[in-house]
Design a protein around this ligand. Structure first.
Ligand code: PLP
Length: 624
């Protein structure tokens, strides 16, 4: 039942029940509860909600915020550390209103704050921040308007920090601060020399895009001193990169930063906060290794290593312990969203039955290929494979030159497939599999066409080969007999998933069940709550999916808290500047011309125009 590694990547939130269905597990008011995703899907389809659906599981969001805060609190207590933990959620990781609202609502008791990287995100943060105890951290490039809004928030009593990313920002901030008569809270972003492995390693390190060099930090201290504003400098920040798989990189960066912090204190700044940015990784493949899609540490170790690392350096220099801030985004929200969709169709790469004999006029290459089936055995398999490849390419070449007909070419391709199938079926009987034949069994995969768009819902799978766990959400009592890749419904050859989480490697196919007539087959893509939603685009004009937020209750039932209908066709075409009314009118004119030229009747025109207008209101995905 653990074929898909769910116990490893599921982090205790996802598992399979005795009915063979994927369940979500959580604790509500101290009671363990679980809900089958199939029950949620049938609840939704009964209400008329079409697949694909992005399912938000609010309980898991709350759980992750609690875990993060509690683990830091424990590490702080166990380590005798004097500062507090103050987490902030980076809005860019999932900007959706209901996500930010829930983080603010649930995070209030931990004084969990928000990080804003742009003016728009600051506007959201200012509206959503739950209390004056929670921090607002402003990163990114900031203009005068940005500073003004943050300064007003400071005046209103909010703990709003401007993190200086480039030297040019400071004069603008000082000017706005003087003009409004409001003293700012300032942070500086460090360019660390420590680097981390992983996809986003360029975010940190000497050559990172953001952050100040040591000389620039000294300039900033001197400018603040000159203006008698050094007391405003209270926070030191760095961001090593997202998804840091190796705890050693985190430890190194903490040590280096602690030294910088000490120096800033010794320069006379009234420091109080150390902001270690994001980077807390998610174990997408469940391998618990320092492989790029995984992490070789637990949350507990992460917190302890940070607290211990800081305390050791700071105590050595007799510096008071600062409050620890982290900007964990991915780890906070990844688990809370699951993309659910149905499989629409399957194409199989498998041979069809061959005729008894070859046609009289068969080309010699076709004859040669055919004969392989007669003489192939365990000893000459590799040779037969090479010959088959050669004969097939010759047949294709002769087809191009008109010497082989379409039907004969199809026959050739079919014979070739039979050769490959026979080799694959017998690979297991070989003492040693020749290098060339390794993985041949995986070359014969099916394509499962699924009702979603990689570009809209999983942009990182397309852009940076990010791996997400994918698993059927039912039928786990049956053996999945097919090897497949997943195709989406865009007509783009990149609209596919052919890399799947495997415990110690990446697999190029996934095991799936045969489709059954008159029964939907549902798959889920898990851990998609971070970064995927707004990075997605309108490729092929496939829009936002339906989104449903649920909360699991103490008795194991679930409440649908919010349903957001996915984009209609009219909405997506308006995003690319068409006026849907105008487009509709243009089509009507065409229908009228067709009536005038006698191609269609007036009644037919009515039906066609109604059909067009109803499609405009419809979902952009495949509707059943
Ligand atoms: N803080 C900053 C400045 C970032 O650029 C990012 C994302 O890369 C984060 C926090 C969030 O990182 P993560 O999602 O790894 O926690």
């Amino acid at each position: 039942a653990n074929l898909y590694g769910i116990k490893e990547w599921g982090a205790g939130y996802f598992d399979i029940n005795p009915d063979g269905e994927v369940i979500v597990k959580t604790t509500v008011s101290g009671k363990k509860v679980e809900v089958s995703l199939m029950d949620i899907v049938s609840g939704l389809t009964q209400r008329g909600t079409q697949m694909p659906v992005l399912l938000r599981l609010e309980n898991l969001l709350d759980n992750q915020i609690s875990l993060l805060n509690n683990q830091f609190a424990k590490a702080i207590k166990d380590g005798g550390y004097q500062g507090n933990y103050r987490g902030v959620f980076p809005i860019k990781v999932n900007q959706q209103q209901q996500v930010i609202e829930e983080i603010a609502r649930f995070g209030e008791k931990y004084h969990h704050g928000l990080e804003a990287g742009s003016k728009a995100e600051l506007m959201v943060a200012l509206a959503m921040i739950p209390s004056t105890e929670s921090l607002i951290i402003c990163n990114g490039y900031k203009d005068a308007e940005f500073f003004d809004m943050g300064l007003y928030a400071t005046e209103m009593g909010y703990k709003c920090f401007f993190v200086i990313e480039t030297p040019s920002e400071l004069p603008i901030l000082m000017e706005r601060s003087k003009a409004l008569g409001i003293a700012p809270r300032i942070g500086v972003r460090l360019k660390l020399s420590s680097r981390a492995g992983g996809h986003w390693q360029d975010s940190g390190g000497d050559n990172s895009l953001f952050g100040l060099t040591t000389s620039e930090i000294i300039d900033i201290i001197d400018q603040l001193k000159a203006e008698d504003m050094l007391s405003s400098l209270q926070l030191l920040h760095y961001h090593l990169g997202s998804q840091i798989p190796n705890i050693r990189d985190i430890r190194n960066a903490v040590q280096e930063t602690a030294r910088f912090y000490t120096e800033l204190v010794q320069e006379g700044a009234q420091m109080g906060y150390l902001d270690l940015g994001g980077g807390l990784a998610v174990d997408y493949d469940g391998s618990q290794t320092n492989y790029v899609h995984s992490k070789n540490y637990t949350l507990g170790e992460y917190c302890t290593d940070i607290v211990e690392g800081l305390r050791t350096v700071l105590d050595e220099h007799e510096v008071a312990h600062p409050n620890i801030v982290t900007e964990s985004g991915r780890a906070t929200v990844a688990y809370a969203s699951v993309l659910l969709f149905n499989v629409l169709d399957v194409t199989r790469l498998e041979s069809r039955p061959l005729p008894e004999t070859l046609p009289e006029d068969a080309d010699e290459m076709l004859v040669n290929l055919w004969e392989i089936l007669g003489y192939m055995n365990l000893k000459n398999m590799q040779e037969c494979y090479n010959d088959a490849l050669y004969y097939r390419s010759e047949i294709r070449e002769r087809f191009k030159h008109g010497q082989v007909s379409l039907r004969h070419r199809a026959l050739g391709e079919n014979i070739f497939l039979q050769v490959i199938e026979e080799i694959s079926a017998n690979l297991g009987r070989l003492k040693r599999v020749p290098k060339e034949l390794e993985g041949l069994d995986q070359a014969l995969y099916d394509i499962y066409y699924c009702n979603f768009s990689v570009f809209q819902s999983l942009p990182d799978a397309w852009a940076i080969d990010q791996i997400f766990p994918i698993i059927p959400i039912h039928r786990h009592r049956e053996k999945p007999e097919r090897q497949a890749i997943i195709g989406d419904i865009t007509c783009d050859s990149d609209g596919k998933i052919d890399k799947f989480a495997d415990l110690h490697d990446v697999k190029h196919t996934i095991s799936l069940h045969e489709l059954k007539a008159h029964e939907e087959y549902y798959l889920g893509i898990f851990l998609v709550g971070a970064y995927q939603e707004t990075l997605g685009d309108l490729h092929n004009l496939l829009g936002d999916t339906n989104i449903v937020s649920i909360r699991i209750q103490e008795d194991g039932s679930f409440d649908i808290l919010r349903e957001i209908e996915g984009d209609s066709v009219a909405e997506v075409i308006s995003y690319v500047e068409y006026d849907p009314k105008d487009v509709q009118n243009q089509f009507r004119k065409k229908a009228e011309q067709a009536v005038r030229s006698g191609k269609i009747s007036v009644q037919r025109r009515k039906t066609i125009v109604e059909s067009y207008e109803s499609s405009m209101r419809g979902y952009t995905y495949f509707e059943r």
